[in-house]
Ligand binder design. Structure first.
Ligand code: AQP
Length: 349
């Protein structure tokens, strides 16, 4: 996959390739998080330096019960490791243990414009009609996300389609900072969005994103679901009565069918064309059990390994702490230089 990764902006060759990405521990990890993000985090490991973060400060932009948040953060860390993130090859930590994220986030709050934030579709979706009652943190979310990325001078950010707008805003913040302070200090980071399942949809409604905070558990596959639950959710997934077509164009106005075919392709590392070559002319009575078998084969080992890791929470905390130390060592000099550029006095204490 190395050839799919683009190099940073031509004038910015001084930034060495570095990957940063994160997931909110705002619930259990879903198949959407796995295919849109985690599976690709694992694939990028070894291609360049990789830094992965459980963004707990982002999670509290909507209410989180404290003990539950701690549990979800440990469970997400177990999910990362079970899916193939090796803490010896990637830096893995939770965001709140590296204070440079929040500090740079504040500076970026002063760079980003209100108008930019109010145009973010995630803000509009999550705040809904009652924006007055939403937290200030939810509004400023993309500015903290820019800090997460840029405090490491990360050049590449693997994300699902829904986060593309936030990575573009990260580039806008970097460009405005560089312009305002007449420096070439922050890279213009590239989103890395690829594969058949960059937007996995709800199993109940093919027009809605699969999400860990959807009130319906039937709408998603959780990485902790057992084999029977996975099979039953795919069996009950909403579909139409048509047979599968022989080209991707035939799925154009069939969001539920397209979603299931995309999921199959991503899990099997096939193209949509290859999946349709095998299943064209077949109905869902054949396709759904095949998809369920494939999903169980791919996800059950992850779920089993997660359970094993979760039995030792102290070890998970140790891994996150060690990751935070390594992350902090990269972030601190970049934060210190940012403070110097912005005119803050840095006397030795
Ligand atoms: N349905 C999805 N399809 C593809 N990629 C997805 N991602 C999330 N859902 C899908 C990708 O997973 C990464 C982490 O996302 P996040 O947890 O930071 O936030 P999110 O995008 O808001 O995910 P959720 O599951 O919908 O969380 P809640 O319900 O808490 O808001 C990102 O790279 C994202 O693109």
């Amino acid at each position: 996959m190395a050839d799919a990764i683009q190099t940073p902006h031509a004038s910015q060759t001084k930034f060495s390739p570095r990957v940063f990405s994160g997931i909110q521990p705002s619930g259990g990890l879903t198949l959407g998080n796995y295919l849109g993000a985690l599976k690709r985090f694992v694939a990028m490991q070894g291609q360049m330096e990789t830094i992965y973060c459980l963004v707990d400060l982002h999670a509290i932009t909507v209410w989180q019960e404290p003990e539950r948040l701690r549990q979800q953060t440990r469970e997400a860390a177990a999910g990362f490791i079970a899916a193939g993130i090796d803490p010896a090859r990637s830096i893995l930590f939770n965001q709140s243990q590296v204070s440079a994220h929040a500090e740079l986030g504040w500076i970026f709050n002063c760079v980003a414009r209100m108008g930019w934030m109010s145009r973010m579709t995630q803000w509009k979706d999550k705040a809904g009609k009652n924006a007055e009652a939403a937290s200030l943190g939810l509004f400023a979310y993309p500015s903290l996300m820019a800090a997460d990325i840029l405090v490491y001078h990360a050049t590449h950010v693997p994300v699902g389609e829904d986060q593309k707008q936030h990575v573009e805003l990260t580039r806008d913040i970097a460009a405005k900072f560089n312009h305002d302070y007449k420096v070439d200090f922050f890279p213009l980071t590239e989103p890395v969005i690829e594969g058949a399942a960059t937007r996995v949809m709800s199993l109940r409604d093919g027009t809605k994103k699969m999400s860990k905070s959807d009130p319906s558990d039937q709408s998603r596959i959780n990485l902790t679901d057992d084999a029977d639950t996975i099979a039953s959710k795919f069996r009950k997934a909403r579909t139409d009565a048509e047979l599968l077509p022989d080209t991707p164009e035939g799925l154009k106005d069939r969001p539920e069918a397209r979603n299931l075919v995309n999921i199959y392709a991503a899990l099997a590392d096939l193209t949509v064309e290859e999946v349709l070559a095998d299943y064209a002319g077949r109905g869902f009575a054949v396709f759904k059990p095949a998809l369920a078998d494939l999903a169980v084969a791919k996800l059950a080992p992850i779920s089993t390994e997660m359970q094993r890791l979760m039995a030792d929470p102290a070890e998970i905390d140790r891994i996150l702490g060690a990751g935070a130390e390594k992350a902090d060592a990269i972030a601190q000099p970049i934060l210190a230089k940012t403070l110097e550029i912005t005119g803050m006095i840095r006397s030795r204490r």
